[in-house]
Design a protein. Sequence first.
Length: 76
Amino acid sequence: MAGKELNMKPIDPKLLEILACPKCHARIQEAADGLHCTQATCGLVYPVRDGIPIMLIEEAIRPPVSRQPQSSTGNG
Ligand SMILES: [Zn+2]
């Protein structure tokens, strides 16, 4: 049953336990597109390369900023 491994390797749960967001030191949660910071106010997403989480703020993907609904002249 030899098969090519995909780039998406499961991350060791033990590793996830010791991982923390370098920015806010919150727990990290694994997701399909990377590792999500569990801190709602932070919400950075860290990429995973070859099964190795890149825990760098510079490499982290910032979540789309939810802009506050600003009441401007326009019919919504
Ligand atoms: Zn964080």
